[in-house]
Design a protein around this ligand. Structure first.
Ligand SMILES: [Zn+2]
Length: 362
């Protein structure tokens, strides 16, 4: 039995550009409406670092340029109607400055995992306290207990894992098996414990299982695919859109397969780019409905014998929820809604963490 989580990264563009009303509030409204029709549950991973800047701007200028009030209302409405809101942090917003209408990022603090322990602890504490103070107003039992790192980077692991535990965050959901980055953030998740089965985290390396670990990793499900499997209508549409935009190179194409950062000849790099397989996340904004359904069937073939209810984490971004995507998502929602005792819609709180920690892939 599998509980499918729809985790939605809720943010503007990674370089601080874009209107929150257009990239966060209005697509998420449409998505909540679509999900409500199916009894599906959305888990909004809210980038609180940027939301706090929008709030500060509203409070200091009296102008709600960044739709802070609508964001607040939307997060409250989500929790009040049975969806969930958990924590995502783009740390470079904390000291960002508003320049010509965009939030100029403080690049020195771009990689949260690389910051000193005390700074990581402070940021996580501030963001968690904000969510809990806002959302206990609509649900007194609300707790912020799950986290996703910006750019999926939990590496180096020690400071960030320690700080999450210290702030009573129980779940991390940043790792995707086979994922690799070697630019502003650096990680290699090739050898992470599992693509699906959660594990208690080793403080020194989020990829490793430590039976005594206090933080549970519930990974974003991903599979190894060649580049052609990434060509979906929604991705092609985004590349087309980005090519028409003057800041295309800074925009959010970070999840697409990429050439290696190592120094190799151009031709060798190109050959291996097409030959190699790349990590494709179970992304409900970018995969087609058919790809998503195939993904779930594969999970059932591989892990169905374990017999326990396991979380399947899919990922999306509010800013990528297009009309094309809205349509193609219907078949996936239908499939889960008709899933009987095999598949269901889920939130993180639906799982018993103690028992998930004991689950192993043997
Ligand atoms: Zn993000």
């Amino acid at each position: 039995m599998f509980g499918v989580l729809f985790t939605l990264d809720y943010e503007i563009h990674g370089n601080g550009e874009g209107a929150p009303g257009q990239l966060m509030v209005s697509p998420t409204d449409r998505m909540l409406e679509q999900f409500d029709n199916y009894g599906a549950k959305l888990t909004i991973m809210a980038d609180v670092a940027e939301i706090l800047k929008f709030k500060e701007h509203f409070e200091t200028t009296g102008k709600d340029t960044f739709d802070y009030l609508k964001i607040e209302e939307q997060l409250k409405r989500a929790v009040a109607t049975g969806h969930d809101v958990q924590l995502h942090i783009h740390s470079s917003y904390f000291k960002s400055r508003l320049v010509n209408g965009a939030w100029q990022q403080h690049w020195d603090e771009y990689s949260l995992a690389d910051l000193p322990y005390s700074r990581v602890l402070e940021m996580i504490g501030t963001c968690k306290a904000y969510l809990e103070s806002l959302l206990t107003r609509v649900d007194p039992n609300y707790r912020c207990h799950a986290f996703r790192a910006a750019n999926w980077s939990m590496s180096p692991s020690e400071n960030i894992v320690r700080a999450l535990i210290e702030q009573h965050i129980k779940i991390d959901t940043s790792v995707f098996k086979y994922g690799k980055r070697n630019d502003r953030v650096k990680f290699d998740y090739t050898d992470s414990y599992s693509d699906l089965v959660p594990w208690p985290v080793d403080m020194e390396d989020v990829c490793k299982r430590d039976p005594d670990g206090a933080l549970v990793e519930i990974p974003i499900y991903s599979e190894l695919k060649n580049v052609w499997a990434f060509l979906t209508p929604n991705r092609v549409f985004r590349v087309f859109q980005a090519s028409r935009h003057k800041h295309a190179k800074h925009r959010d194409l970070e999840d697409a397969p990429r050439m290696s950062g190592q120094k190799v000849s151009k031709l060798a790099g190109l050959v291996s780019f097409f030959k190699d397989k790349h990590a494709r996340k179970l992304d409900f904004n970018q995969c087609t409905g058919t790809q998503l359904i195939k993904g779930l069937k594969r999970i059932n073939r591989e892990y169905g014998h374990l017999g326990k209810k396991l979380p399947v984490v899919s990922i999306g971004h509010s800013k990528l929820y297009t009309k094309i995507n809205e349509k193609s998502l219907e078949s996936f929602l239908d499939f889960i809604a008709a899933g009987g005792d095999k598949y269901s819609f889920a939130k993180f709180e639906d799982f018993d963490l103690k028992s998930l920690k004991q689950e192993t892939i043997q």
